[in-house]
Design a protein around this ligand. Structure first.
Ligand SMILES: [Zn+2]
Ligand SMILES: [Zn+2]
Length: 274
């Protein structure tokens, strides 16, 4: 089953120190792949030393914006290029993130949880910390933070909503505490009227599956929570990766549209077969 391309709103630049390709290369890759809309969403600056090696410095933000705007204007006849950010949700940093968001006319902001306390749980360099956690407890702590990220009111899109499974650590499907944490998270997403990201990045990671799990997609569909699509490309070749798989996952549960953003206003575009 093949789908018409939908907006891909999740891609990075070398400013985060773990991606390759400049914005023009991402735009050209998108055009070559037949996409008509993408958004850049590099890892945002964060206060102090929070996750410093893996993101742009605040001093780089204006260069990032200038590069995206320049390419946006250059390709406007072929591609809608949106200006976004992937900010972290991390308790205690909300005021900084709010100020950063207010400092520019963004098209959308992705809010992602990459840390439980001071543990970067998706970082391969600290994978050994998993040995000190009961998997169910890590899942519950993670989904609580995702719930809080929705409640924060800072974000338009909740990034890769079950990233906690990245390395293949799995909580039992019948875990009451984990299932409650997921339900609480989804209720908060619904109440805050934010969008969940369906992300193909997990297909390229040890877990080997889309974020979020089909059970979460199914429950979100019941609650009429909208989705946006993101490849989380860290190189131009990854733009649009897994789009068919992600659209299939949504359609399986009756979801027929995905979100598009401009200046933080959401509209929905249909999922269409070729
Ligand atoms: Zn992320
Ligand atoms: Zn990302």
């Amino acid at each position: 089953m093949n789908y018409r391309p939908v907006p891909d709103y999740h891609m990075h630049t070398p400013r985060c120190n773990h991606a390759t390709g400049d914005v023009a290369e991402y735009a050209n890759a998108a055009i070559a792949a037949g996409l008509s809309e993408i958004g850049m969403s590099d890892h945002s600056p964060m206060p102090g030393d929070f996750d410093k090696p893996w993101r742009m410095d605040r001093s780089e933000l204006s260069d990032y914006l200038q590069e995206v705007e320049t390419v946006r204007d250059a390709v406007k006849d072929q591609l809608h290029l949106r200006v976004g950010l992937e900010a972290d949700f991390h308790p205690g940093t909300e005021n900084y993130v709010a100020e950063m968001i207010q400092s520019y006319d963004w098209d959308y902001i992705i809010g992602s949880v990459h840390y439980i306390g001071d543990w970067g749980f998706d970082n391969p360099d600290t994978i050994q910390v998993w040995d000190t956690w009961k998997i169910e407890d890590a899942y519950c702590a993670y989904f609580k933070l995702v719930e809080q990220s929705a409640q924060s009111g800072l974000f338009d899109i909740i990034g890769h909503p079950d990233l906690i499974k990245k390395f293949g650590h799995r909580a039992p499907a019948d875990s009451e505490s984990v299932n409650k944490a997921i339900e609480d998270m989804l209720q908060a997403v619904k109440k805050a009227d934010v969008v969940l990201e369906i992300s193909s990045a997990g297909l390229r990671k040890p877990v080997g599956e889309i974020y979020p799990h089909s059970r979460i997609v199914q429950r979100a569909a019941q609650l009429a929570i909208p989705f946006s699509y993101g490849s989380d490309a860290h190189s131009p070749a990854e733009v649009g990766h897994g789009l068919n798989e992600c659209m299939t996952a949504l359609e399986t549960f009756g979801i027929r549209e995905v979100a598009s953003f401009k200046q933080r206003q959401r509209s929905m575009v249909p999922i269409q077969h070729v």
